[in-house]
Ligand binder design. Structure first.
Ligand SMILES: [Zn+2]
Length: 62
């Protein structure tokens, strides 16, 4: 099961969306997503508990 979540690109600050895998329960997942506007990568960390996103952070990838 997936859920789309919006995030702001840390390079150009435009809205993007990332597909979150809801089955990784209580694990912090790190993914790198390329911005659809400026193509710069963003490092996204998230934690899912009981099918809810309890932690979500986007940082610029260097
Ligand atoms: Zn961008």
């Amino acid at each position: 099961m997936h859920q789309e979540k919006e995030y702001k690109c840390q390079s150009c600050f435009q809205n993007n969306s990332v597909s979150i895998e809801m089955t990784f329960c209580s694990e912090t997942v790190d993914v790198i997503e390329d911005c659809t506007v400026c193509c710069n990568p963003n490092s996204i960390s998230y934690t899912v508990e009981n099918e809810k996103v309890v932690y979500f952070e986007v940082v610029k990838t260097y």
